[in-house]
Design a protein around this ligand. Structure first.
Ligand code: PEP
Length: 255
């Protein structure tokens, strides 16, 4: 399976922004402009998940939570379980975002347990990996990606992960305005695909979608999407305004 047969996925991570009404309005504004050539996924705050799921019902736009607990239920004050996320109407969940890793202490082991919990409840994990600037500058990018992939995907079979989405998000490019060059992104995606092939087999690696995330904007989406191993984008800041995100959703690849 090549880039031509992996359906692109453009995902918006709304982080801790927007009220319930603002989230539903943004989702509705996107619904009319979704491209038939790509899938769209939006990740509102937990509080707005259900309203957004209702707002996009029947439009083809998919809904994700931004995180989940590794447990199904119980005494975990403040946490939200995959079952609750599914009940709210989401089909996907972002796991291992660098903000969760850096601010909330999610280790590779926790990420692995969260992926297991998501799969138990039929949620599709959007599994994020990526290196810091210091790691890149000291030549450790591939080692970091390898460790995160091995840790996060430990113990799962290709069949269990059949819907998995991976997001390569270099930490130095997230929210900084500094985008990886298309070649830097392509190199990392190719490395990730190779590592996934070693872990889960060549067939799986050929069909898994790998998104790029890190300061994606209307101005750079087309050149990023021209690279063969980039299957979409995970977009933070630029997903908060309908017009800009609509342009990203309708990226243009060179014929
Ligand atoms: C993100 O939060 O996943 C992200 C990539 O953010 P931004 O697009 O703002 O860099």
């Amino acid at each position: 399976m090549s880039a031509a047969t992996r359906k692109p996925l453009i995902a918006g991570n709304w982080k801790m922004h927007n009220t319930i009404d603002e989230s539903a309005a943004l989702a509705k504004a996107l619904a009319g402009g979704a491209s038939a050539d790509a899938q769209t996924l939006v990740a509102p705050s937990f509080t707005a998940l259900n309203a957004v799921a209702r707002a996009v019902k029947g439009t083809g736009i998919l809904v994700a939570a931004q995180d989940c607990c590794w447990e199904d239920k119980g005494a975990f004050t403040g946490a939200v379980s995959p079952a609750q996320i599914k009940d709210a109407g989401a089909t996907h969940v972002i796991i291992g975002h660098s903000e969760r890793r850096a601010i909330f202490g999610d280790t590779d082991g926790i990420v692995n347990r969260k992926i297991a919990a998501a799969l138990r409840h039929g949620l599709v994990p959007v599994f994020c990996v990526g290196e810091t600037l210091e790691e890149r500058e000291s030549g450790k990018t591939e080692k970091v990606l390898e460790t995160q992939l091995e840790g996060g995907l430990k113990g799962f079979s290709a069949a269990q992960l059949s819907e998995l989405v991976i997001a390569y998000e270099p930490v130095w490019a997230i929210g900084t305005g500094k985008t990886a060059t298309p070649q830097q992104a392509q190199d990392a995606h190719l490395f990730i695909r190779g590592k996934v092939s070693a872990l889960l087999g060549a067939d799986f690696a050929k069909k898994v979608r790998i998104l790029y995330g890190g300061s994606v904007k209307p101005e750079n989406i087309d050149e990023l999407m021209d690279r063969p191993d980039l299957d979409g984008a995970l977009v933070g800041g630029a997903s908060l305004k309908a017009d800009g995100f609509l342009r990203i959703m309708n990226f243009r690849r060179k014929p």
